[in-house]
Design a protein around this ligand. Sequence first.
Ligand SMILES: *[C@@H]1O[C@H](CO)[C@@H](O)[C@H](O)[C@H]1NC(C)=O
Ligand SMILES: *[C@@H]1O[C@H](CO)[C@@H](O)[C@H](O)[C@H]1NC(C)=O
Length: 325
Amino acid sequence: MKIPNIPTSLFIASAIPAGFGAAILLKDYIGGAKYTEEHDIIGKTVVITGASGGIGKETALELAKRGGKLLLACRDMNKCERARNEIITDSFNKKVKCCELDLASCESIRNFADKVNKEEKHVDILINNAGVMSCPKQLTKEGFEWQLGVNYLGHFLLTNLLLDKLKQSSQGRVINVVSPLYKKSNINFTDLNSMEYYDPKEAYGQSKLALVLFTLELSRLLEGTNVTVNCVNPGVVKSEIGRHLPLGQSTLSSGFLSPLTWLLMKTPLQGAQTSIYLAVSPEVEKVSGKYFAKYKQEPITENGLDEETARRMWLISEKWTRLAS
Ligand SMILES: *[C@@H]1O[C@H](CO)[C@@H](O)[C@H](O)[C@H]1NC(C)=O
Ligand SMILES: *[C@@H]1O[C@H](CO)[C@@H](O)[C@H](O)[C@H]1NC(C)=O
């Protein structure tokens, strides 16, 4: 349907009050149903990065409701404390701890992992959830391009440092939160760190493709253990991750578009559902190296299945994060 001279957003904005109930139903349909299977995780320890807001907080809350012990790994400790209080209040579960983790610093990651390795007998679920998107060019403490550093290299190092504790679990699960934008990306080995040329969107896609390749390579290395690793596409979620995008920057356009974005984007709660499913469902106990969206496995595109690229990335990442030394 084409309506000349009337912006779609205005049309939808005026249509929504009329059909408000219908719009809510439609939104639930687009966003997907809530995961309602009652599997608990009593006795299990969960580490989740970026747990102080958005999808991370919703995921942590749901896993707290299911009886797990939660380690909220966050950079901003004030925000983390507030999230912790909310989670405890809403879940009636007091086993929720705040732990400082700055994924833009290998030293911070090592300190975090040392603490977990000292204090916990096992880690059962690791959710690599934290992410930055399309930020202006900046470098992490070690000089990694920010998106590659935080989204990928930080989680690469963290996961490897926690592997022994994951193997101590009766069934360890690693969940990497990725984005379908990986499909259109490539790993640029000539300029992996975007030193010569930086395009925020390309660097974002590259970081998420790196996570997909990491998922595959790690699943191969974990064959014969009881640890699985999968990745999940949470869908397009309206949360803070979009704050560097033009839509988030311009109050004018976001003001006009808000009814439309409200309709089309998932809430953080909806975005958390497939992560929760992967964390608790017995269905995926033995599934590893796969990509999930809306509770279902989806085929990985060719660029994410390239074993040679995956291995090369692994070796570079080991060197850059000084994992192998
Ligand atoms: C890789 O990066 C270099 C340097 O920025 C650039 O010239 C080249 O076009 C890039 N290659 C691909 C395939 O994106
Ligand atoms: C994996 O779990 C099974 C059943 O819980 C157990 O018998 C087996 O020893 C475990 N294997 C490893 C390598 O931990």
